[in-house]
Design a protein around this ligand. Structure first.
Ligand SMILES: O=C(O)c1ccccc1N[C@@H]1O[C@H](COP(=O)(O)O)[C@@H](O)[C@H]1O
Length: 211
């Protein structure tokens, strides 16, 4: 099996970005969503984004951002990918993809296997779907996993990735169960909410790459 792509999300220091890149992460995520403990101002996100080398991708995470915030954030941060993680519609993310000429991902919270059947509505609107646990008080970043078996024999029509409660301990099993081509973590590599841990980042990448 090909090694999965790895996204480490919610980074806020040069040290943890460098550790993620050294450990083999393909995608580095920056959160611009004020209620989150990982929220970055546009200035900080734009500064940190410059630490992402051109052979990896910078991901800007937005959740329910209005059109002005979306446009300003894309303009300032110049991400390779925009990850929409709220209640955005296919029409809206499709429009951003077309106009901003960025790769666009959409997070889909899986409450039940039937949600997968409705994923077709994103076809042609997104470059990748990110399957996560359902939203709680926050739309994501809750460290909650869903039943990976729902994905084990699903015939994917759109590129996809797996998120939600992934940790150094469970990521290899998650990849074996689902065949995920990309894994994404935030809470699972933190020592406290919003505080990334370089040892956990290294362990996560090692486990994912050896799976
Ligand atoms: O990380 C956040 O604070 C966040 C806020 C709002 C929406 C999504 C968020 N994070 C993303 O959620 C998934 C799962 O995260 P976790 O590993 O379960 O903590 C992942 O894509 C994060 O980037």
């Amino acid at each position: 099996m090909t090694a999965p792509l790895i996204k480490i999300c919610g980074l806020s220091t040069t040290e943890t970005i460098e550790a993620s890149l050294d450990a083999g992460a393909s995608h580095i995520g920056f959160v611009h969503f004020e209620p989150s403990s990982r929220h970055l101002s546009l200035d900080d996100a734009a500064r940190l984004r410059r630490c992402v080398s051109s052979d990896r991708k910078a991901v800007l995470l937005l959740a329910n951002a209005d059109p002005h915030t979306t446009a300003t954030a894309i303009d300032r941060i110049r991400p390779d990918v925009v990850q929409f993680h709220g209640r955005e519609t296919p029409e809206w993310v499709g429009l951003v993809r077309q106009q901003a000429k960025v790769e666009v991902w959409k997070a889909v919270g899986l409450r039940e296997p039937a949600t997968l059947k409705r994923a077709g509505k994103w076809k042609g609107k997104v470059d990748r779907l990110l399957y996560d646990a359902p939203a709680k008080a926050l739309p994501g970043g809750n460290g909650e996993a869903f039943d990976w078996n729902w994905l084990s024999d699903h015939d994917h029509e759109i590129d996809w990735g797996l998120a939600g409660g992934l940790t150094p301990e469970n990521v290899a099993r998650a990849i074996r169960t689902t065949g995920a081509p990309l894994v994404d973590t935030s809470s699972g590599v933190e020592s406290a909410p919003g505080v990334k841990d370089v040892d956990l980042i290294r362990s996560f990448c090692e486990a994912a790459l050896q799976s």
